[in-house]
Design a protein around this ligand. Structure first.
Ligand code: KIV
Ligand code: ZN
Length: 550
């Protein structure tokens, strides 16, 4: 059967009978306030995205900072193998951005430059101060430059959702003629409604003469809560690449969530199949995503970015598969499908998977971590194994979730500038909460101080503040347990704000003792803040790029 979409225009090459998943967690997702990731964390997430089966990983914005450049380069080197995903780097439509991106992507077997420029009147007039003719000329020149450096080029007309359609068609035709293999349509401000977004994609396919020479992609933000709905409408109208993030993290209200799009296409295959020219009953997957890796990826991204997942979040929220009401429980016990449209195991959520215990050795530990996708150095493995043994003394049965919490916690502690050496609290209903804390400074000095507070955690934070002396405001504190049971590991996530930098920093730590986890999470966030204070972008142009919101 010939692939046909809603408007009955046959999809000519490069028509795909599946949707390419372009993950931008490490680029657009990382723009969430406080979600800053270090190089090691980005690499860990990129490896997991490859296991998840993402077709393209947007690893960063190489010109934005030396740190971003290095992270993209490292991911290109280690994850961008022949059998691995395409590694993409973002670049504004300027020579220096594009050349820097090409350099960072050089080690990848399959690299892609994603270059963009705004095309809405409001952006061109107030932000770019360019005329339409100037923007068109820039598109032709910069896409051609990118294509001369790397064969795989993607072009985005930023704020396409609010651009004049006729001008948008002209821009896209120019970009494709200059060598863009993918044209991405961003709803940058999350303004468009699903039916309108579908119409934009259809309009492009009907009016851009060379549209069939490129894959049409979509990108969108969730300001009005319809980003995923917009994408599904776009797919029905011929879009064959979606740009999304794990847990929907991203600028403002976030990006379209990868797991929601993938599972909508998976669960409702009979509904979507005809839009791909497939028989209704076809069981052919509509994406390459390995769905049992979804839950693990979600947890990893949440742990490493410090962005908590709301309990009622579709697919990966803690309540997504739990039934509270008696009527629902009764129905599920009688026949699961009465209230469940998908199986928790499809996304890799296995309850009670006990994997290791007190007697498990180093080999079993290493093997299980490898199976979970963690590649640790000998030194990291040693540290994690010590943590595992400590945990096994307190907790009889250790699940995959516990192992992931330990390892993510170890990875998360980089950069380790200040280190928590000891923490002791005294509190109770007749006590003034008091904490004594010992911290090792970056210079290797051991400092101890004590403080009182409104509660034990407040006292610990006061004592740490006296030692570290980096002014900040704590804006969020939360504790969650990794598994059920009184001996569960507690995960503490915090966010603090630094007035001078105007930025939020997150911290995360896991321990069976939540006071220790709280202290470590705070030191972790302070280390990030301290690191940012000591490594402001060096040059004026990098500073400008780093502050550029895209
Ligand atoms: O939201 C947006 O427009 C973007 C572009 C760079 C694709 O992130
Ligand atoms: Zn975006």
């Amino acid at each position: 059967m010939e692939p046909v979409v809603a408007n009955s225009i046959p999809l000519s090459p490069p028509a795909l009978d599946r949707v390419l998943i372009f993950d931008t967690t490490l680029r657009d997702g990382e723009q969430s306030p406080g979600a800053t990731l270090n190089g090691e964390e980005k690499l860990t997430i990129a490896r997991q995205l490859a296991r998840l089966g993402a077709d393209i990983i947007e690893a960063g914005f190489p010109f934005a900072s030396p740190g971003d450049f290095e992270a993209v380069q490292k991911i290109a080197e280690e994850v961008g193998t022949e059998a691995g995903p395409t590694i993409c780097g973002l670049a504004r439509a300027t020579r220096r951005d594009i050349e820097t991106a090409a350099q960072a992507l050089a080690p990848a077997a399959k690299g892609r430059i994603h270059t963009f420029i705004a095309t809405s009147d409001i952006h061109m007039q107030y932000k770019l101060r360019k005329t339409r003719a100037e923007v068109l000329a820039t598109v032709a020149e910069m896409v051609a430059l990118a294509a001369s450096l790397i064969p795989d080029v993607e072009f985005s007309p930023e704020d396409a959702g609010r651009s004049d359609p006729e001008f948008l068609y002209q821009v896209l035709e120019t970009a494709i003629r200059a060598g863009a293999k993918t044209v991405n349509i961003p709803d940058t401000v999350g303004y468009t409604m699903p039916e309108e977004f579908g119409r934009i994609i259809r309009g492009i396919r009907e009016n851009v003469l060379n549209a069939s020479d490129a894959v049409i992609s979509v990108h969108g933000h969730d300001d009005l809560g319809v980003a995923v709905a917009n994408f599904l409408e776009a797919i029905k109208n011929g879009a064959r690449q979606v740009e999304c993030t794990i847990n929907g993290i991203g600028e403002r209200a976030g990006n379209a969530s990868l797991e929601e799009i993938v599972m909508a296409l998976h669960v409702r295959r009979p509904y979507f199949n005809p839009y791909f020219g497939l028989p209704v009953e076809s069981e052919k997957p509509l994406t390459n995503i390995v769905t049992p890796e979804i839950y693990r990826t979600s947890r990893m991204v949440s742990n490493l970015t410090g962005m908590l997942v709301q309990p009622n979040k579709a697919i990966v929220g803690a309540n997504a598969f739990s039934h509270e009401s008696g009527i629902h429980q009764d129905g599920v016990l009688k026949h699961r499908q009465t209230y469940e449209i998908m199986d928790a195991q499809t996304i890799g959520l296995q309850t009670n998977s006990i994997v290791l215990g007190k007697l498990s050795g180093r080999n079993a530990f290493r093997t299980r971590l490898q199976e979970l996708g963690f590649e640790l150095s000998e030194q990291e493995l040693n540290k994690a194994f010590v943590r595992f043994k400590e945990l096994a003394d307190k907790k009889k049965e250790i699940s995959d979730l516990d192992l992931e919490a330990i390892v993510n916690d170890e990875i998360r502690q980089i950069p380790e500038l200040f280190r928590l050496e000891r923490v002791q609290v005294s509190c109770g209903d007749r006590e003034i909460p008091t904490a004594t804390v010992t911290v090792l400074t970056p210079a290797g000095e051991e400092l101890t101080d004590a403080a009182v507070g409104t509660g034990p955690v407040d006292a610990v934070y006061e004592a740490i503040n006296r030692l570290v002396q980096v002014p900040n405001r704590l804006i969020e504190y939360s504790v969650q347990s990794v598994t059920a049971g009184i001996d569960a590991i507690g995960e503490v996530t915090i966010r603090l704000y630094h007035q001078g930098l105007g930025k939020t920093f997150s911290g995360h730590a896991a321990n069976t003792d939540i006071i220790v986890a709280s202290a470590n999470a705070y030191v972790n966030a302070l280390n990030r803040l301290y690191f940012a204070l000591s490594s402001e972008p060096a040059s004026a142009s990098q500073r400008e790029a780093a502050t550029q919101k895209v």
